[in-house]
Design a binder for this molecule. Structure first.
Ligand SMILES: *Cc1c(COP(=O)(O)O)cnc(C)c1O
Length: 454
């Protein structure tokens, strides 16, 4: 008998609430601190930066948070997303393991980012906010937010890392098509940008710098709020729709994963696919392994330190307790732009510290080898970020083969790579390289952190 290839959840079974893992965490996350006073920040202070309802979600301890109808209506454009049995990949690997992936690449912007862009735009809109600001690296978050803002009639300013703005023009075109204003960062439109340009007029920018600019722009202008596409608790909350759907789809085929895997930038797609399953471990004693797949060149979970750190480069954001490489760590210019971030979100950091989440670091060439095997066996070209999850899934499947054990593996395909073909060109022509990070460099950037946690 043929196995089912695509497991489709009926539209009327799309989850009606997001899952907040804080309710079930054995050790609750430490509070964010004010960057000036270093004291726990008052939620009302966060409301100067973020929408009110989003701040409420950021600190919520409620287990389930209802998804508004307006958000569910927009989700229906591409959700529920398919769960797919990677039968082609299983065959190529000749493994006894069963491999499934959740296909988030079917969203209109090609990644999972829209899952949080829609509610973030919605909550700001109903609060009466008129303008949003944000930053974007490779452009996936900016694209997602431009779609959501266009829908809700919000004006959007995106600070895009200059090197991406120049080298990856297509995502800029997508944002502009949806009506967003895209500004290469560092720019002379903010104090933070001007300061950096004064020191280095040719600075090609970084995610940390772009965040500083977008936060400043939100604080300085009326009716304006800032939004972030990863790291924060409310973003992770929205992304749990991925795992909640996958949980139902696994049930539909009478299966359950032994291992759940996601690639790791700030943690939103990883948390999205894994947290609903982790809840079975926390509350029902299920034996399940969760693996965050990060780039070897930006190894915050495997080689970073657990400490309070800023989310940006300049030090304007609240201090968050996280696994970090230090906020002035400069990640190598790998093609998985969405994974080039110095820190991990607070929730995953605490869970990793408590031994509930595992992490692996994967070298760039290995990720592309995995991506190409996946493309050829499943017919989808994965995003360079997603290839990290694929590489980790392949490793687990090959382990099962050596051990001659059956095993069920689930990973998240966070996006497709159709706008990242320059990266595949580099790999195919043999020009791509790995990047090593020395212990000395990590020691240096981590050493510059103020030791708030002793
Ligand atoms: C942004 C992005 C990531 C990394 O961000 P997380 O918050 O860690 O999920 C991974 N994959 C794709 C396709 C992305 O766009």
């Amino acid at each position: 008998m043929k196995t089912t290839k695509k497991i489709l959840l009926p539209e009327n079974e799309m989850p009606e609430a997001w899952y907040n893992i804080v309710a079930d965490m054995p050790n609750k996350p430490l509070p964010p601190l004010h960057p000036g006073t270093k004291q726990p920040i008052n939620p009302s202070e966060l409301e100067a930066i973020f929408g009110k309802e989003l701040v409420k979600q950021e600190i919520s301890t409620e287990r389930w948070i209802e998804i508004p109808d307006e958000v569910r209506d927009l989700y229906r454009i591409y959700r529920p997303t398919p769960l797919v049995r990677a039968s082609g990949l299983e065959k190529a690997l000749d493994t006894p393991a069963k491999i499934y992936f959740k296909n988030e690449s079917v969203s209109p912007v090609g990644s999972h980012k829209l899952n949080s862009a829609i509610p973030q735009a919605y909550y700001n809109k109903i609060q009466g906010i008129k303008h949003l600001t944000t930053e974007t690296g490779a452009g996936q978050w900016g694209c997602a937010l431009s779609v959501a803002c266009q829908h809700f009639g919000l004006d959007l300013k995106v600070y895009m890392v200059k090197v991406s703005y120049e080298q990856k023009p297509y995502r800029k075109s997508i944002m502009q098509t949806f009506g967003a204003q895209v500004i290469p960062s560092p720019s002379n439109t903010t104090e933070a940008g001007r300061k950096i340009l004064a020191q280095d007029p040719n600075c090609s920018g970084s995610l940390g710098i772009a965040i500083s600019e977008a936060v400043e722009a939100a604080i300085m202008q009326p009716d304006t709020r800032y939004t972030l596409g990863s790291v924060l608790n409310h973003v992770i909350l929205h992304q749990t729709i991925i795992g909640l759907e996958a949980e139902k789809q696994m049930q539909m085929v009478g299966d359950y994963p032994d291992v759940v895997i996601g690639c790791f930038g700030g943690g939103s797609n990883f948390s999205g696919i894994t947290f609903p399953f982790l809840r079975h471990k926390l509350t029902g004693g299920k034996d399940i392994k969760l693996i965050a797949a990060e780039p070897a060149s930006c190894p915050k979970l495997t080689r970073g330190t657990f400490q309070y750190d800023f989310g940006d480069t300049v030090g304007m954001t609240p201090l968050l307790p996280m696994y970090t490489l230090g906020h002035d760590f400069q990640p190598a210019d790998i093609h998985a732009g969405g994974l080039r971030y110095h820190g991990a979100g607070t929730l995953v950091s605490q869970l990793h510290k408590d031994g509930l989440v595992d992490a692996v670091a994967i070298k760039q060439l290995d990720t592309f080898a995995a991506g190409i095997l996946f493309a050829r066996s499943e017919g989808i070209i994965p995003a360079p970020e997603s290839t990290h999850a694929i590489a980790a899934a392949i490793e687990e499947a090959l382990k099962a083969k050596v051990e001659g054990k059956e095993k069920t593996i689930l990973f998240n395909l966070s996006g497709h790579g159709l706008i990242d073909m320059t990266a595949y060109d580099k790999y195919n022509s043999g020009e791509m390289t790995n990047f090593e990070v020395t212990d000395d460099y990590i020691k240096e950037t981590v050493g510059r952190l103020e030791k708030i946690l002793k």
